[in-house]
Design a protein around this ligand. Structure first.
Ligand code: NAD
Length: 245
């Protein structure tokens, strides 16, 4: 049975992805730094789900996550680097501590988890799926740290695809449009919500499940010749050229 790690899996897009992969017959390690939420969601997911409390920005904890996965499943076939934090702030208000807090999780976390997974992925080939954002594709106000971190994740994905292809490791990036998760709703005012509805060709936010379907596809053998790609799952927003609200 194939095994995947999904980071940031205690809620939102990560939890929906873990559930979809479990339904598709994967064993799934759900990694998150929120121990309480992780324990409560995993209580009902069955024996093919393993919760591992992990801060993706901490190298020791990331190494322990990989070791715990191999100890449990004996293999690793895919890693979904989904853990992330939001930040809406003007450049002049974004002091270095605030900037670092975003980079630590959104960029360093993806780098550390992917790097730690490579040796196990090399054993039989596998997939890396990094979750960036439409904010990494388009510059906008208030997203200096968040948008820059996500743009870096897009480039990191291409680097991974270029370097790891020879080992049968594919790396792809998903850029979600707006989804009504805790992360988004903490920073989306009613004005932003209305503007998104107008700007998105499908005139609505996406759902966690719509993201999970694409992420799971990219992890699967169905995507065996897909690597180095940046897939916007955004109701068509990116194709319009309209600015981010
Ligand atoms: P969410 O807040 O519902 O879930 C994020 C999860 O990541 C939480 O469970 C949180 O505890 C976990 N997490 C945060 N920092 C962590 C760390 N250091 N170590 C381990 N776990 C950590 O948010 P979501 O909307 O489901 O976001 C998932 C991903 O999708 C993020 O990378 C986010 O940037 C991206 N994204 C979301 C949207 C959106 O509108 N919701 C849009 C674009 C991109």
């Amino acid at each position: 049975m194939k095994c995947a790690i999904v980071t940031g899996a205690a809620r939102g897009i990560g939890l929906a992805t873990a559930k979809k992969m479990l339904a598709d017959g994967w064993r799934v390690v759900l990694a998150d730094w929120d121990a309480d939420e992780l324990t409560s969601v995993c209580a009902v997911l069955g024996d093919n789900a393993l919760p591992l409390v992990t801060d993706v920005s901490n190298p020791e904890q990331v190494n322990a996550m990989i070791a715990g996965t191999l100890n449990w499943a004996g293999r690793l076939d895919a890693i979904v680097n989904n853990a992330g934090v939001a930040d809406f702030g003007p450049i002049e208000d974004t002091d270095f501590a605030r900037w670092r807090a975003v980079m630590d999780v959104n960029l360093d976390g993806v780098f550390l988890c992917s790097q730690a997974a490579i040796a196990a992925l090399k054993a039989q080939g596998g997939a890396i799926v990094n979750i960036a954002s439409i904010s990494g594709l388009r510059a906008s106000t208030l997203r200096v740290a968040y948008g820059t971190s996500k743009a870096a994740v897009i480039q990191l994905t291409k680097q991974q695809a270029a370097e790891l292809g020879e080992y049968g490791i594919r790396a792809n990036c998903v850029c979600p449009g707006p989804v009504r998760t805790k992360l988004a709703m903490a920073v989306h005012s009613q004005e932003i919500i209305d503007a998104y509805h107008d700007a998105i060709p499908l005139n609505r936010y996406g759902t966690e499940e719509e993201l999970a379907n694409v992420i799971t596809f990219l992890c699967s053998d169905q995507a065996s010749y897909v690597t180095g790609q940046v897939v916007a799952v955004d109701g068509g927003f990116e194709s319009t050229g309209v600015g981010l609200p």
